[in-house]
Design a protein around this ligand. Structure first.
Ligand code: FAD
Length: 426
């Protein structure tokens, strides 16, 4: 039987392992932590952003990055939505030049709409999983609102969304009155809002619950998991892959690198170049308690650059983007900043929430230079990649795992993986 080693038990590794096991392959999942999905996949925004999964390489991003760099030098750095550390600048240059090359209107639209195909495919896979396995992860199909505090920022979207409309996209622009009628929880800040874009079909769910449950199903299918097993070295031979973890060497016919931000370093071992950068984000998970005036949509506040999502009995508040290298720290100042954002978006809730029960989180998004993930075969026949999803890794996980597993098993994937090829020129 064909054997596969999958590196990393985050969303991408788990989804890949699960779908490989459905093909009856012999799968071992290798994870450095003592449990699954404890890094980026644990505390993300929970938003399944499938209608318009925007890449970050938007036209005009240069001035946003310059502002973020200036903010990182100032005394109020902990109150900035985006930061670029000076000490990271040099290291970011090769990735950054590629990132900026895709920051033009054409690439932005092309790559966003290509991401959309994968995101929609992914949501189809999740629906199939729910139907066939009963997997529960606080899934809600409530739609999303991108709310704006100035009309200029909202108007930027009008020409872009014309392209989405041509692809059959489902969205509507709302003025202030329509927005507040639809989402009364925003009444306290209504005067500050000018309108919103509503993506009716978008959804949300708890990725940590999903990852844990899907892994349980994979284990039932025969997947073996090695925890506390940091990969130290990878050796590739013509028909065989050897992976050294702590005190043992594991062998298989094929390898999947799905180790989030660390994938770049692991791939380098084999001479594979992956243009990804770690981009740190934070979230708070706050019990909703007996607060009943809950948001009925995922709300992304484009004025303060943060999102709030109800996940079962908790509110997830997520935001910020820090180009700060492989820094996993969770400083108090950033937790305070997210608390302030919560007050700015949902002041009524913030006044009543129990601050002693808040769980803060920091994670590193693996962001590819052109905004699209790397999924597929590397330059080596038996080495595969599944990473680089940036801020869309929850949305695209099931689809990425399914398509890659099909490819490895020799079955035609349900989505064309050519645009996501790890060997593409970025
Ligand atoms: C604050 C925040 C908010 C976000 N919000 C959203 C959202 O709303 N919607 C959305 O779609 N996406 C969102 N994302 C993005 C999404 O969470 C990520 O893209 C996704 O979790 C990445 O999954 P992954 O499996 O690639 O990486 P990870 O979850 O980081 O998993 C990689 C795994 O590999 C393991 N590993 C690494 N190196 C080694 C090694 N040497 N040996 C063994 N194991 C190793 C790690 O321990 C880890 O478990 C958000 C991310 C963040 C941080």
């Amino acid at each position: 039987m064909k054997s596969v080693l999958v590196l990393g038990a985050g969303l991408q590794g788990i989804c890949t392992a699960y779908y490989l096991s459905k093909h009856g392959l012999d799968v071992t999942l290798i994870e450095r932590n003592e449990g699954p999905a404890l890094e980026a996949s644990k505390g993300n925004g929970g938003y399944l952003q499938a209608e318009f999964p925007e890449i970050w390489n938007a036209p005009g991003i240069v001035s946003v990055l310059a502002k973020a760099w200036r903010a990182s030098l100032g005394s109020k750095r902990h109150e900035a939505a985006m930061l670029v550390d000076t000490k990271e600048l040099l290291r970011l240059v090769p990735w950054g030049l590629r990132f900026l090359r895709s920051a033009n209107t054409q690439s932005f639209l092309d790559n966003t709409l290509t991401n959309r195909l994968l995101a929609q495919y992914s949501l189809e896979q999740m629906a199939e999983l729910r139907a066939h396995t009963g997997i529960a992860y606080d899934h809600a199909q409530q739609g999303a609102l991108f709310v704006f505090r100035d009309t200029q920022s909202m108007d930027v979207y009008r020409p872009m969304l014309d392209h989405l409309e041509k692809r059959g996209g489902c969205f509507e622009f709302l003025d202030q009155k329509q927005l507040l009628a639809l989402e009364p929880v925003l009444q306290p800040i209504g005067e500050q809002l000018c309108g919103a874009i509503r993506y009716q079909n978008d959804a949300s769910g708890n990725s940590y619950l999903f990852a844990q449950s899907l892994l349980d199903l994979a284990i039932v299918n025969g997947v073996r998991v090695k925890y506390g097993a940091p990969v130290l070295n990878i050796l590739k031979q013509a028909q065989k892959i050897c992976v050294q973890v702590k005190d043992e060497v594991l062998e298989a016919n094929s390898l999947v690198i799905a180790a989030g931000v660390e994938s770049k370093l692991l791939a380098q071992n084999l001479g594979i170049k992956l243009h990804i950068a770690p981009v740190k984000g934070y979230s708070l998970t706050i019990p909703l308690g007996d607060w009943h005036n809950r948001p009925s949509h995922v709300i992304a506040d484009m004025g303060v650059h943060a999102g709030v999502t109800v996940l079962g009995d908790v509110l997830r508040v997520a935001g910020t983007a820090e180009f700060c290298g492989y820094d996993y720290a969770l400083p108090d100042e950033r937790i305070e900043y997210l608390l302030k954002l919560t007050e700015q978006i949902l002041p009524d809730f913030a006044a009543t929430m129990d601050r002693t029960k808040i769980s803060p989180f920091a994670g590193l998004r693996p962001l590819s230079a052109d905004g699209m993930p790397f999924i597929g075969r590397s330059q080596f026949a038996n080495v595969f990649i599944n990473t680089g999803h940036g801020g869309l890794g929850w949305t695209q996980a099931a689809g990425s795992g399914r398509a890659l597993a099909d490819l490895i098993a020799g079955v035609k994937p349900g989505i064309d993986l050519t645009p996501f090829a790890p060997t593409r020129s970025v």
